[in-house]
Ligand binder design. Structure first.
Ligand SMILES: O=c1ccn([C@@H]2O[C@H](COP(=O)(O)O)[C@@H](O)[C@H]2O)c(=O)[nH]1
Length: 281
């Protein structure tokens, strides 16, 4: 099954556009786990148990594990997800980008070591650095396109003077990903919920690609505006090309107390319902 089909099936099953980001920060864990990096797996597993029927994807961010020498706990978490939420695709947020030979190793890391269904990749170094990921036909590859951070426009919004129409860099990337670069239908794009107008532009240029959209919740992106900008429905109520709307901190740290998992569920449910109301409204 292709990654795109897995996403579509997960969207249908959970009736959800929500992706919960797994960004475990021990400093924010509830007592008695506060500050204990040895509890990263336990914390994430509780979040997964509390939300797995509400999401169309999970997105672990690798830095939150590597920074604590907790890659072994990420491996355990990936195995736990495969066992307890086998139908929920997992997107490893790694944002790798390097020459082809090194990219091959990064692809092995994401898909063989961690068994991720998809990975985020920086396209800054060009197509030959993306191509190694495209040798894994069942796997998804989300290219950074118009990122959610305030400085995202520094490069991504610059115009390319040598190209007809002088598109902005992120527009050219969206057009390439929709066409020439998307050899096996594996590509998607990362676009921030914090830029709804650019999000609508990307959707117009890349109507068939899945979009990974971080920035709702802690970064203040508007969930309903995100759906209006990027969601395109089928007559049956599904998506023509899924949108994967990520929220990490707002869900993970909805409560700092022993009820953190229940609070995470409430926040995930509320966000899922807001997203669904916007696509049906
Ligand atoms: O443009 C981007 C690309 C990736 N991210 C990642 O998404 C989450 C967002 O976390 P919140 O707590 O919901 O703000 C995080 O892992 C980022 O590394 C992004 O924010 N923007």
């Amino acid at each position: 099954m292709s990654f795109l089909d897995r996403l579509r099936a997960a969207e249908r099953r959970a009736d959800s556009l929500l992706c919960v980001g797994l960004d475990p920060d021990p400093a924010k864990f509830p007592a008695p786990w506060t500050g204990d990096a040895g509890r990263i797996f336990d914390f994430c597993a509780r979040i997964v148990d509390a939300t797995k029927d509400l999401v169309l994807a999970y997105k672990p961010q690798i830095a939150y594990f590597a920074a604590h020498r907790a890659e072994d706990q990420l491996e355990r978490l990936m195995a736990y997800l495969a066992r307890t939420a086998p139908d929920v695709p997992v997107i490893l947020d790694a944002k790798r980008g390097d020459i082809g030979a090194t990219a091959e190793q990064y692809a092995r890391e994401a898909f063989d070591r961690y068994q991720a269904d998809a990975v985020t990749v920086s396209p800054f170094m060009g197509f030959d650095t993306v191509e190694p990921y495209l040798r894994r036909p069942g796997k998804g590859v989300f290219l950074l396109c118009r990122t959610s951070n305030p400085g995202g426009a520094d490069w991504q919004a610059q115009r390319l003077a040598d190209l007809p129409g002088q598109p902005r860099l992120y527009e050219h990337l969206a057009a390439m990903a929709e066409t020439r670069w998307n050899r096996n239908g594996q590509l998607g794009l990362v676009v921030g919920a914090t830029w709804p107008e650019e999000l609508a532009r990307v959707r117009a240029l890349a109507p068939t690609l899945p979009l990974l959209i971080p920035g709702v919740g802690a970064q203040g992106g508007d969930a309903a505006a995100t759906v209006r900008a990027a969601w395109r429905g089928t007559p049956e109520g599904g998506s023509t090309a899924p949108i994967v709307v990520n929220s990490s901190r707002a869900v993970l740290y909805a409560s700092a107390g022993p009820d953190f998992a229940e609070a995470a569920r409430r926040e995930a449910l509320a966000t899922r319902d807001t997203l669904n109301a916007a696509r049906r409204g």
